[in-house]
Ligand binder design. Structure first.
Ligand code: SAM
Length: 242
């Protein structure tokens, strides 16, 4: 692999990811707020603000889950635009669709059950593609990035919002939080310690800022750059297709 760690066998990882998200789907939003102390809202807001998405645009929100980004994009693109919320997991997709529909956010959203590694869309379909806290769950990340590149329109941009490598001063605090406190919170609020242990492990295994930037460049993205947030706990990567 790219980053010198041992990947779990492919089928095993995919199955595990499926189990984790089936198990947490109902409480996913609550846990997000709780575990990030609400800060994930800021990370997502920053992503939307820098997306350059306008009225009439076509947006793909991959691994869109319960639809936080799709909700905002739906307002931005208006009735002349379109947002496709794609997720591999039917439980997450259903929770997302129900929440948005209940809130009256309808009309310009399509829900598609799809694997990021093999996106079921024609070449050059979208002005903007986002994947928020999703890429680290994908087994073959290079394949997924290449698939995103294919379906992006020339001139369009990909935005990857993901946990990354924290600054040195933050690392010990962050490790203590994610390996000790986080699984305990998971246990208390969902009765599911293992899913949240998986979360901490998947974050640690994920490629760091420079590695992900290089992976994006390798599949064809240009002008790749990233912006660290919250001392590098999270980074927003961006790359264009020309
Ligand atoms: N984007 C949402 C957010 O920021 O709140 C949801 C993020 S959630 C942590 C990760 C999502 O990735 C889950 O809904 C999961 O089903 C989805 N996922 C995992 N592997 C995937 C894959 N290979 N293709 C598409 N989605 C995937």
């Amino acid at each position: 692999t790219h980053f010198g760690y041992k990947e779990v066998p492919t089928a095993e990882k995919a199955k595990h990811v499926a189990e984790v998200f089936h198990s947490v789907a109902g409480k996913y939003d609550l846990m997000n707020d709780l575990m990030s102390l609400g800060i994930h809202r800021f990370w997502k807001h920053f992503t939307i603000m820098n997306s350059g998405v306008r009225r009439g645009a076509t947006v793909l929100d991959i691994a869109g889950g319960t639809g936080d980004l799709t909700r905002q994009f739906s307002k931005l693109v208006g009735d002349t635009g379109k947002v496709v919320l794609a997720d591999i997991n039917a439980s997450m997709l259903n929770v997302g669709r129900d929440r948005l529909t209940d809130d009256g956010i309808v009309g310009n959203i399509e829900y598609v059950q799809a694997n990021a590694e093999a996106l079921p869309f024609p070449d050059n379909s979208f002005n903007c593609i986002t994947i928020a806290f999703g890429l680290r769950n994908v087994t073959d990340k290079d394949k997924a990035l290449a698939s995103m590149f294919r379906v992006l329109k020339p001139g369009g941009q990909l935005m990857v919002l993901e946990f990354s490598k924290p600054a040195e001063w933050m690392a010990p605090i962050y490790d203590a939080y994610s390996f000790k406190i986080l699984p305990q919170l998971g246990k208390i609020f969902t009765g599911d310690e293992d899913s949240y242990r998986y979360l901490a492990e998947s974050i640690r295994m994920h490629p760091d800022q420079e590695t992900l930037k290089q992976m994006m460049t390798d599949v064809g993205f240009e002008r790749c750059e990233y912006h660290n947030m919250t001392a590098g706990i999270v980074s927003l990567h961006r790359g264009y297709k020309f």
